[in-house]
Design a protein. Structure first.
Length: 54
């Protein structure tokens, strides 16, 4: 999960990225990235709705 979060925010080093994909299957990283992106979008929608309702 740490690898996905750091990559999502663009702070993961190239060495860490290479190590992750060299020793692990990329499917869990892809799924976690999609889930995180969906959570970000839903959070932004909720915050904007909350602000506009006030």
């Amino acid at each position: 999960m740490r690898a996905v979060v750091s990559a999502f925010f663009g702070v993961q080093s190239e060495a860490a990225r290479k190590q992750d994909f060299q020793y692990h299957n990329p499917v869990p990283f892809i799924i976690a990235g999609i889930v995180m992106a969906l959570m970000l979008v839903l959070t932004l929608i909720a915050v904007v709705s909350w602000v506009l309702d006030k």
